[in-house]
Design a protein around this ligand. Sequence first.
Ligand SMILES: Cc1cc2nc3c(=O)[nH]c(=O)nc-3n(C[C@H](O)[C@H](O)[C@H](O)COP(=O)(O)O)c2cc1C
Length: 320
Amino acid sequence: MDLLSRGLIRSEIVEDPRLAGSAAGLQFANPMGLAAGFDKNAVAVSQWHRVGFGHAELGTVTRHAQPGNPRPRLFRLPADRAILNRMGFNNDGADAMATHLEEKRAAIPIGINLGKSKITELADAASDYAYSFRRLQSFGDYFVVNVSSPNTPGLRGLQEKGPLGEIFAAINEIDSTRPLFVKTAPDLTFAALDDVIEVALEHGLKGMILTNTTLSREGLATKIDEAGGVSGRPVFELSNQHLAYAFRSVPADFALIGVGGIFDGEDVYRKIRLGANLTQVYTGWVYGGPGMVPRSLRQLLALMERDGVTSLAEIRGVDA
Ligand SMILES: Cc1cc2nc3c(=O)[nH]c(=O)nc-3n(C[C@H](O)[C@H](O)[C@H](O)COP(=O)(O)O)c2cc1C
Protein backbone atom coordinates (compact mmCIF):
# COMPACT_ATOMS: atom_id res chain seq x y z
CA MET A 1 0.00 0.00 0.00
CA ASP A 2 3.04 2.28 0.08
CA LEU A 3 2.62 3.77 -3.35
CA LEU A 4 -1.08 4.02 -2.79
CA SER A 5 -0.86 5.88 0.48
CA ARG A 6 1.59 8.37 -1.02
CA GLY A 7 -0.75 8.80 -3.97
CA LEU A 8 0.10 10.32 -7.30
CA ILE A 9 1.27 13.87 -7.48
CA ARG A 10 -1.77 16.01 -7.98
CA SER A 11 -1.00 17.03 -11.58
CA GLU A 12 -1.15 13.36 -12.64
CA ILE A 13 -4.81 12.99 -11.69
CA VAL A 14 -7.00 13.51 -14.75
CA GLU A 15 -10.02 15.71 -14.11
CA ASP A 16 -12.08 16.67 -17.14
CA PRO A 17 -15.82 17.33 -17.42
CA ARG A 18 -15.92 15.27 -20.63
CA LEU A 19 -15.19 12.17 -18.54
CA ALA A 20 -18.06 12.73 -16.11
CA GLY A 21 -21.30 10.83 -16.23
CA SER A 22 -24.16 9.38 -14.26
CA ALA A 23 -25.45 5.86 -13.72
CA ALA A 24 -28.24 4.58 -11.50
CA GLY A 25 -28.77 8.14 -10.28
CA LEU A 26 -25.16 8.49 -9.06
CA GLN A 27 -22.62 10.99 -10.39
CA PHE A 28 -19.15 9.83 -11.42
CA ALA A 29 -16.16 12.09 -12.20
CA ASN A 30 -14.76 9.50 -14.61
CA PRO A 31 -15.77 6.06 -15.92
CA MET A 32 -12.97 3.95 -14.38
CA GLY A 33 -13.54 2.14 -11.10
CA LEU A 34 -11.68 -0.37 -8.98
CA ALA A 35 -13.22 -3.83 -9.45
CA ALA A 36 -14.27 -5.97 -6.51
CA GLY A 37 -11.76 -8.28 -4.86
CA PHE A 38 -8.90 -5.84 -4.39
CA ASP A 39 -10.11 -4.02 -1.28
CA LYS A 40 -12.08 -6.84 0.28
CA ASN A 41 -12.17 -5.30 3.76
CA ALA A 42 -12.46 -1.60 2.90
CA VAL A 43 -9.02 -0.87 4.35
CA ALA A 44 -8.15 1.73 1.68
CA VAL A 45 -11.61 3.19 1.10
CA SER A 46 -10.47 6.77 1.70
CA GLN A 47 -7.53 6.43 -0.72
CA TRP A 48 -8.82 5.12 -4.03
CA HIS A 49 -9.50 8.55 -5.56
CA ARG A 50 -5.79 9.34 -5.11
CA VAL A 51 -4.83 6.94 -7.87
CA GLY A 52 -7.50 8.38 -10.13
CA PHE A 53 -10.45 6.02 -9.77
CA GLY A 54 -13.92 7.49 -10.27
CA HIS A 55 -15.48 4.87 -8.02
CA ALA A 56 -14.40 1.82 -6.03
CA GLU A 57 -16.18 -1.42 -5.32
CA LEU A 58 -15.36 -2.97 -1.96
CA GLY A 59 -15.63 -6.66 -1.07
CA THR A 60 -16.66 -9.27 -1.80
CA VAL A 61 -17.78 -9.24 1.80
CA THR A 62 -19.65 -12.13 3.40
CA ARG A 63 -21.79 -12.35 6.50
CA HIS A 64 -19.18 -14.44 8.31
CA ALA A 65 -15.45 -13.77 8.39
CA GLN A 66 -13.67 -16.53 6.49
CA PRO A 67 -10.09 -17.39 5.52
CA GLY A 68 -10.69 -18.31 1.88
CA ASN A 69 -8.94 -21.17 0.15
CA PRO A 70 -5.50 -22.48 1.13
CA ARG A 71 -2.47 -20.99 -0.62
CA PRO A 72 -1.34 -20.96 -3.33
CA ARG A 73 -4.53 -19.41 -4.64
CA LEU A 74 -3.35 -16.70 -7.02
CA PHE A 75 -1.15 -17.18 -10.09
CA ARG A 76 0.12 -14.47 -12.40
CA LEU A 77 0.15 -15.46 -16.08
CA PRO A 78 2.21 -12.59 -17.55
CA ALA A 79 2.49 -14.16 -21.01
CA ASP A 80 -1.29 -13.93 -21.19
CA ARG A 81 -1.61 -10.59 -19.35
CA ALA A 82 -3.85 -12.56 -17.01
CA ILE A 83 -4.32 -13.74 -13.43
CA LEU A 84 -5.75 -17.09 -12.33
CA ASN A 85 -7.27 -16.98 -8.85
CA ARG A 86 -9.24 -19.11 -6.44
CA MET A 87 -9.13 -16.81 -3.43
CA GLY A 88 -12.52 -18.05 -2.20
CA PHE A 89 -13.87 -14.81 -0.67
CA ASN A 90 -11.23 -14.40 2.03
CA ASN A 91 -12.54 -11.49 4.11
CA ASP A 92 -13.08 -10.28 7.67
CA GLY A 93 -16.88 -10.33 7.39
CA ALA A 94 -19.62 -7.70 7.21
CA ASP A 95 -19.30 -6.56 10.84
CA ALA A 96 -15.60 -5.80 10.46
CA MET A 97 -16.19 -3.94 7.20
CA ALA A 98 -18.87 -1.84 8.90
CA THR A 99 -16.38 -0.92 11.65
CA HIS A 100 -13.84 0.26 9.04
CA LEU A 101 -16.45 2.26 7.17
CA GLU A 102 -17.64 3.99 10.32
CA GLU A 103 -14.15 5.48 10.64
CA LYS A 104 -13.31 6.31 7.04
CA ARG A 105 -14.88 8.46 4.37
CA ALA A 106 -14.52 8.08 0.62
CA ALA A 107 -14.21 10.95 -1.84
CA ILE A 108 -15.80 8.92 -4.67
CA PRO A 109 -18.91 6.74 -4.99
CA ILE A 110 -18.51 3.41 -3.20
CA GLY A 111 -20.02 0.10 -4.19
CA ILE A 112 -20.25 -2.81 -1.77
CA ASN A 113 -20.11 -6.27 -3.29
CA LEU A 114 -21.93 -8.95 -1.28
CA GLY A 115 -21.27 -12.69 -1.40
CA LYS A 116 -22.40 -15.86 0.35
CA SER A 117 -20.39 -17.22 3.27
CA LYS A 118 -18.93 -20.64 2.62
CA ILE A 119 -20.52 -22.13 5.75
CA THR A 120 -24.01 -20.95 4.80
CA GLU A 121 -26.12 -23.54 2.99
CA LEU A 122 -27.10 -22.53 -0.54
CA ALA A 123 -30.76 -22.73 0.49
CA ASP A 124 -30.12 -20.02 3.12
CA ALA A 125 -28.18 -17.75 0.76
CA ALA A 126 -30.80 -14.98 0.75
CA SER A 127 -30.60 -14.45 4.52
CA ASP A 128 -26.80 -14.36 4.33
CA TYR A 129 -26.82 -11.59 1.69
CA ALA A 130 -29.56 -9.78 3.62
CA TYR A 131 -27.52 -9.77 6.83
CA SER A 132 -24.52 -8.14 5.13
CA PHE A 133 -26.74 -5.65 3.33
CA ARG A 134 -28.50 -4.61 6.55
CA ARG A 135 -25.18 -4.18 8.33
CA LEU A 136 -23.60 -2.13 5.53
CA GLN A 137 -26.56 -0.36 3.93
CA SER A 138 -25.67 3.13 5.14
CA PHE A 139 -22.08 2.93 3.81
CA GLY A 140 -22.52 2.08 0.14
CA ASP A 141 -23.72 4.26 -2.73
CA TYR A 142 -24.62 1.07 -4.57
CA PHE A 143 -24.67 -2.64 -3.71
CA VAL A 144 -23.87 -5.70 -5.76
CA VAL A 145 -25.25 -9.20 -5.45
CA ASN A 146 -22.28 -11.30 -6.47
CA VAL A 147 -23.36 -14.72 -7.66
CA SER A 148 -20.57 -15.14 -10.17
CA SER A 149 -17.42 -16.20 -8.34
CA PRO A 150 -16.26 -19.64 -9.44
CA ASN A 151 -14.51 -20.18 -6.10
CA THR A 152 -17.41 -20.73 -3.69
CA PRO A 153 -18.96 -24.14 -4.30
CA GLY A 154 -22.42 -23.84 -5.87
CA LEU A 155 -22.41 -20.02 -5.90
CA ARG A 156 -22.91 -19.67 -9.62
CA GLY A 157 -26.09 -21.77 -9.27
CA LEU A 158 -27.59 -18.71 -7.57
CA GLN A 159 -27.66 -17.04 -11.00
CA GLU A 160 -30.77 -19.12 -11.69
CA LYS A 161 -34.11 -17.35 -11.62
CA GLY A 162 -35.59 -18.77 -8.39
CA PRO A 163 -32.68 -18.31 -5.97
CA LEU A 164 -31.70 -14.99 -7.55
CA GLY A 165 -35.20 -13.59 -7.11
CA GLU A 166 -35.17 -14.64 -3.45
CA ILE A 167 -31.91 -12.78 -2.81
CA PHE A 168 -33.15 -9.60 -4.53
CA ALA A 169 -36.46 -9.76 -2.64
CA ALA A 170 -34.71 -10.21 0.73
CA ILE A 171 -32.56 -7.13 0.10
CA ASN A 172 -35.44 -5.02 -1.24
CA GLU A 173 -37.44 -5.83 1.85
CA ILE A 174 -34.79 -4.10 3.95
CA ASP A 175 -34.35 -1.09 1.65
CA SER A 176 -35.32 -0.83 -1.98
CA THR A 177 -33.99 2.71 -2.44
CA ARG A 178 -30.25 1.89 -2.61
CA PRO A 179 -29.18 1.12 -6.17
CA LEU A 180 -28.78 -2.65 -6.43
CA PHE A 181 -26.75 -4.39 -9.15
CA VAL A 182 -25.99 -8.01 -9.96
CA LYS A 183 -22.59 -9.28 -11.14
CA THR A 184 -22.56 -12.16 -13.60
CA ALA A 185 -20.14 -14.77 -14.90
CA PRO A 186 -18.91 -14.69 -18.49
CA ASP A 187 -19.55 -18.43 -18.67
CA LEU A 188 -23.34 -17.99 -18.65
CA THR A 189 -25.13 -18.85 -21.88
CA PHE A 190 -27.02 -15.94 -23.42
CA ALA A 191 -30.26 -17.73 -22.49
CA ALA A 192 -29.14 -17.78 -18.86
CA LEU A 193 -28.11 -14.13 -19.11
CA ASP A 194 -31.62 -13.37 -20.38
CA ASP A 195 -33.00 -15.00 -17.23
CA VAL A 196 -30.77 -12.88 -14.96
CA ILE A 197 -31.82 -9.72 -16.80
CA GLU A 198 -35.49 -10.66 -16.53
CA VAL A 199 -35.29 -11.27 -12.76
CA ALA A 200 -33.19 -8.12 -12.27
CA LEU A 201 -35.75 -5.94 -14.05
CA GLU A 202 -38.63 -7.65 -12.23
CA HIS A 203 -37.07 -6.74 -8.88
CA GLY A 204 -36.22 -3.16 -9.83
CA LEU A 205 -32.44 -3.57 -9.94
CA LYS A 206 -30.62 -0.54 -11.29
CA GLY A 207 -27.84 -2.26 -13.18
CA MET A 208 -25.49 -5.14 -13.87
CA ILE A 209 -21.77 -5.75 -13.71
CA LEU A 210 -20.41 -7.82 -16.57
CA THR A 211 -18.32 -9.81 -15.93
CA ASN A 212 -16.47 -11.83 -13.32
CA THR A 213 -13.60 -14.23 -14.16
CA THR A 214 -13.95 -17.16 -16.57
CA LEU A 215 -13.49 -20.88 -16.05
CA SER A 216 -12.42 -21.19 -19.68
CA ARG A 217 -8.75 -21.81 -20.48
CA GLU A 218 -9.24 -21.23 -24.20
CA GLY A 219 -6.41 -19.48 -25.98
CA LEU A 220 -4.06 -19.35 -22.95
CA ALA A 221 -0.38 -19.38 -23.88
CA THR A 222 0.54 -20.43 -20.32
CA LYS A 223 0.33 -24.14 -19.58
CA ILE A 224 -1.24 -24.29 -16.15
CA ASP A 225 -3.34 -26.93 -14.49
CA GLU A 226 -4.88 -25.10 -11.53
CA ALA A 227 -8.50 -24.56 -10.51
CA GLY A 228 -9.88 -21.02 -10.46
CA GLY A 229 -11.10 -18.13 -12.57
CA VAL A 230 -9.06 -16.35 -15.24
CA SER A 231 -9.10 -12.55 -15.48
CA GLY A 232 -7.32 -10.00 -17.65
CA ARG A 233 -6.82 -10.05 -21.39
CA PRO A 234 -8.25 -13.54 -22.00
CA VAL A 235 -11.65 -12.39 -20.67
CA PHE A 236 -11.80 -9.11 -22.65
CA GLU A 237 -13.70 -10.30 -25.74
CA LEU A 238 -15.97 -12.64 -23.79
CA SER A 239 -16.99 -9.98 -21.27
CA ASN A 240 -17.49 -7.51 -24.15
CA GLN A 241 -19.88 -9.93 -25.84
CA HIS A 242 -21.89 -10.20 -22.62
CA LEU A 243 -21.91 -6.44 -22.21
CA ALA A 244 -23.13 -5.77 -25.76
CA TYR A 245 -25.75 -8.50 -25.43
CA ALA A 246 -27.04 -6.99 -22.18
CA PHE A 247 -27.09 -3.51 -23.70
CA ARG A 248 -29.39 -4.73 -26.45
CA SER A 249 -31.74 -6.26 -23.86
CA VAL A 250 -32.14 -3.61 -21.15
CA PRO A 251 -33.85 -0.19 -20.93
CA ALA A 252 -31.61 2.84 -21.50
CA ASP A 253 -31.68 3.89 -17.83
CA PHE A 254 -30.41 0.47 -16.65
CA ALA A 255 -26.73 0.86 -15.75
CA LEU A 256 -24.10 -1.47 -17.18
CA ILE A 257 -20.63 -1.70 -15.70
CA GLY A 258 -18.14 -3.29 -18.08
CA VAL A 259 -15.27 -5.18 -16.47
CA GLY A 260 -12.81 -7.72 -17.82
CA GLY A 261 -9.48 -7.26 -19.56
CA ILE A 262 -9.08 -3.48 -19.49
CA PHE A 263 -5.43 -2.43 -19.85
CA ASP A 264 -5.67 1.05 -21.39
CA GLY A 265 -7.92 3.88 -22.52
CA GLU A 266 -8.74 2.17 -25.78
CA ASP A 267 -10.21 -0.76 -23.83
CA VAL A 268 -12.36 1.62 -21.76
CA TYR A 269 -13.50 3.35 -24.95
CA ARG A 270 -14.45 -0.01 -26.46
CA LYS A 271 -16.55 -1.03 -23.46
CA ILE A 272 -18.41 2.28 -23.44
CA ARG A 273 -19.11 1.96 -27.17
CA LEU A 274 -20.45 -1.54 -26.44
CA GLY A 275 -22.88 -0.23 -23.83
CA ALA A 276 -21.06 0.43 -20.55
CA ASN A 277 -21.89 3.51 -18.48
CA LEU A 278 -18.93 2.71 -16.29
CA THR A 279 -15.97 0.34 -16.33
CA GLN A 280 -13.85 -1.39 -13.71
CA VAL A 281 -10.39 -2.86 -13.66
CA TYR A 282 -8.47 -5.31 -11.50
CA THR A 283 -5.85 -7.28 -13.48
CA GLY A 284 -4.84 -4.37 -15.72
CA TRP A 285 -4.26 -2.25 -12.63
CA VAL A 286 -2.10 -4.96 -11.03
CA TYR A 287 0.09 -5.12 -14.15
CA GLY A 288 -0.09 -1.41 -14.99
CA GLY A 289 0.69 0.00 -11.55
CA PRO A 290 -0.65 3.12 -9.86
CA GLY A 291 -0.29 5.29 -12.98
CA MET A 292 -2.64 3.06 -14.94
CA VAL A 293 -5.86 5.01 -14.43
CA PRO A 294 -4.60 8.53 -15.26
CA ARG A 295 -2.73 7.11 -18.28
CA SER A 296 -5.88 5.38 -19.51
CA LEU A 297 -8.05 8.46 -18.95
CA ARG A 298 -5.64 10.60 -20.99
CA GLN A 299 -5.79 8.01 -23.78
CA LEU A 300 -9.56 8.02 -23.54
CA LEU A 301 -9.67 11.81 -23.90
CA ALA A 302 -7.38 11.61 -26.94
CA LEU A 303 -9.72 9.09 -28.58
CA MET A 304 -12.70 11.31 -27.84
CA GLU A 305 -10.91 14.27 -29.40
CA ARG A 306 -9.96 12.20 -32.44
CA ASP A 307 -13.59 11.22 -32.97
CA GLY A 308 -15.13 14.58 -32.07
CA VAL A 309 -16.88 13.15 -29.02
CA THR A 310 -17.66 15.61 -26.22
CA SER A 311 -19.34 13.34 -23.67
CA LEU A 312 -19.26 9.62 -22.97
CA ALA A 313 -23.06 9.43 -22.94
CA GLU A 314 -22.95 10.33 -26.67
CA ILE A 315 -21.19 7.10 -27.58
CA ARG A 316 -22.64 4.66 -25.07
CA GLY A 317 -23.66 1.54 -26.97
CA VAL A 318 -23.05 2.86 -30.49
CA ASP A 319 -21.17 -0.35 -31.40
CA ALA A 320 -23.47 -2.80 -29.58
C1 LIG B 1 -7.33 -11.97 -7.32
C2 LIG B 1 -8.74 -11.62 -7.72
C3 LIG B 1 -9.73 -11.58 -6.75
C4 LIG B 1 -11.03 -11.26 -7.12
N1 LIG B 1 -11.99 -11.20 -6.15
C5 LIG B 1 -13.26 -10.85 -6.48
C6 LIG B 1 -14.26 -10.73 -5.49
O1 LIG B 1 -14.03 -10.91 -4.29
N2 LIG B 1 -15.52 -10.41 -5.89
C7 LIG B 1 -15.84 -10.16 -7.20
O2 LIG B 1 -17.00 -9.84 -7.51
N3 LIG B 1 -14.90 -10.24 -8.15
C8 LIG B 1 -13.63 -10.57 -7.82
N4 LIG B 1 -12.68 -10.64 -8.81
C9 LIG B 1 -13.08 -10.40 -10.21
C10 LIG B 1 -12.82 -8.96 -10.65
O3 LIG B 1 -13.58 -8.05 -9.89
C11 LIG B 1 -13.17 -8.80 -12.14
O4 LIG B 1 -14.56 -9.03 -12.32
C12 LIG B 1 -12.40 -9.75 -13.03
O5 LIG B 1 -11.09 -9.95 -12.56
C13 LIG B 1 -12.30 -9.25 -14.49
O6 LIG B 1 -11.67 -7.98 -14.52
P1 LIG B 1 -10.11 -7.78 -14.86
O7 LIG B 1 -9.85 -8.51 -16.15
O8 LIG B 1 -9.92 -6.30 -14.96
O9 LIG B 1 -9.35 -8.37 -13.74
C14 LIG B 1 -11.36 -10.96 -8.47
C15 LIG B 1 -10.35 -10.99 -9.44
C16 LIG B 1 -9.05 -11.30 -9.08
C17 LIG B 1 -7.98 -11.31 -10.15
